[in-house]
Ligand binder design. Structure first.
Ligand code: GDP
Ligand code: MG
Length: 440
């Protein structure tokens, strides 16, 4: 997937103006990438529709680099759906702040209760957990364990009283918290394996009883295509103020995030990334956008490459290859372009699709550029223009002048000739190349 998208964007990048069919091709790839990331089909359709419209619009035509503009549009639209800015928890003006958790069984609510408590405790709050999940025999105990791990208080019904009333426990818990001056109450609730009416009624009864400042809908990121239906059911049945995405540490590509954010319009506030209580973080829309598209830092990479490897320059060079007028000066210039790009390996490390290229680069020594520079700079302008002039005595002179050996000089000339030959072929296809390195 990542390779494919990287290729798509790269292909776009090497073209000048975009035609409608360029845009359609790209939109098709993006659509596939989103479906692969488990984004719900209806969301994919809406999204790609919006991207297509913008991509065909004026902002792209006017842009200096239309392809890059399209990439930016995709990224912007994704971040927009994911809520744009990072959203923080809202605290009550008059404590305690009540945070209720809702979601299917196994979504990660109880674990989140502990994570949230630990996180808030670290910020100087005094949270208490309330055990309003009386559905499963072990649920109360699980919350107690989690509270102990987080080092926070817990409010739970007395054991052995038969089946208690979760709504009453929630209410009593909040009253207790007020009395003990806890400034935050986190109410854990029951879930079912699937959405059902009883569960929704119970959750909405608890909501009405404790009037929470935040209702966090916890959803397993691995749920994939079911995310939309589940989120809609909870929005209708209980409604929520924010979303927590759990189990993002797994294989989940984060498509659920986009689906839920898109169909409910509710912000994602936290991401849960493991079973341990510390594996938890505020949600960053921009990072998730990258994860969904598997862009890595492709945008940064494109910007860097763009800055260093001017497209106009690349076209000129390609033309020179095609017409056989590529000289050692041009060769040197290309090397210098490379140097400008900084550490190539580091750069390619940012690009998920560039594994193959990275391997190639493992054999590429950047000091080579410095040596090449020294050798070419010791040549006369005539020699640089016409490498055929480089006979034995000239090579000895150049080696001396550059502090290299004659073998070094021979190797360079040989590499130049090979590169020219190879590039001439490729240049006819119009793909900019860097000598000895394959397509950039
Ligand atoms: P609940 O039924 O909604 O309360 O879900 P639980 O908090 O009991 O979590 C269900 C299972 O998922 C437990 O085994 C947790 O350890 C696990 N779990 C919860 N959050 C995460 C997470 O972010 N990553 C991983 N890998 N596992 C998690
Ligand atoms: Mg639970």
């Amino acid at each position: 997937l990542s390779d494919r998208l990287a290729d798509t964007f790269k292909n776009l990048r090497t073209r000048g103006k975009l035609t409608a069919s360029d845009v359609d091709g790209t939109v098709r790839e993006i659509r596939r990438a989103l479906l692969d990331a488990d984004v719900a089909l209806e969301v994919v359709k809406t999204f790609t529709g919006a991207v297509r419209e913008r991509a065909l619009g004026d902002e792209v035509n006017r842009a200096l680099n239309p392809a890059q503009q399209v990439v930016q549009i995709v990224n912007e639209e994704l971040i927009g759906i994911l809520g744009g800015q990072q959203r923080r928890l809202e605290f009550a003006k008059n404590p305690p702040t009540v945070i209720m958790l809702a979601g299917l069984q196994g979504a990660g609510k109880t674990t989140l209760a502990g994570k949230l408590a630990l996180h808030l405790k670290g910020e100087g709050h005094t949270p208490i957990l309330v055990a309003s999940d009386l559905q499963r025999p072990n649920a109360v105990n699980q919350l107690q364990v989690v509270a102990e791990q987080a080092g926070v208080a817990v409010f739970a019904p007395e054991p052995g009283n038969g089946v208690g009333d979760p709504v009453k426990v929630a209410k009593d818990g909040v009253a207790y918290a007020k009395q003990k001056q806890h400034d935050i109450v986190i109410v854990d609730t029951a879930g079912r394996l699937g959405v059902d009416a009883d569960l929704m009624k119970q959750a909405s009864d608890i909501r009405r009883a404790v009037n929470p400042d935040e209702v966090l809908f916890v959803i397993d990121a691995m749920i994939g295509q079911d995310a939309v239906a589940t989120a809609r059911a909870f929005q209708e049945g209980v409604d929520f103020t924010g979303v927590v995405l759990s189990k993002l540490d797994g294989d989940a590509r984060g498509g659920a995030a986009l689906s839920v954010a898109s169909v409910t319009g509710r912000p994602i506030i936290f991401a849960s990334t493991g079973e341990k209580l510390t594996e938890f973080e505020p949600f960053h829309p921009d990072r998730m956008a990258s994860r969904i598209l598997d862009l890595g830092d492709i945008l940064t990479l494109i910007e860097q490459a763009q800055g260093a490897f001017d497209e106009e320059e690349a076209r000129k060079v390609a033309e020179k290859f095609a017409t056989d007028s590529f000289t050692l000066d041009d060769f040197l210039q290309q090397m210098q372009q490379l140097k400008k790009m900084g550490s190539l390996k580091g750069m390619l490390g940012m690009l998920p699709g560039a594994r193959g290229m990275r391997d190639q680069l493992d054999n590429f020594d950047e000091r080579e550029i410095v040596r090449t520079e020294a050798i070419i700079q010791s040549m006369t302008p005539a020699e640089r223009r016409t490498p055929k002039l480089l006979n034995g005595s000239r090579r000895v002179r150049i080696a001396k002048g550059s502090g290299m050996t004659v073998t070094d000089v021979n190797q360079l000339v040989q590499r130049f000739e090979q590169a020219s030959k190879m590039m001439k072929t490729v240049a006819k296809g119009g793909v900019p190349q860097i000598p000895g390195m394959g397509p950039i």
